[in-house]
Design a protein around this ligand. Sequence first.
Ligand SMILES: [Zn+2]
Length: 72
Amino acid sequence: MRQDQQQPLPRDTMMHHEVHVRHVQRHFLQSVCSCGWLGAARRSPSLATEEGQDHAILFDGAFTGIPSEGGE
Ligand SMILES: [Zn+2]
């Protein structure tokens, strides 16, 4: 079966994608992008990180990762 995926990718290069991972409710992590995109809240840091990295790669953005863990 042929799949015509005509998903217009936003090629707005002016839009900056800066993804970082934030803590949600103590036990969850979530990737957040400056464009407004939100990843799912994950209990696994690697999953949350992976999702954020995927978004950054997809939109040619930057991934800054998880902010210093165990802070404050
Ligand atoms: Zn984004």
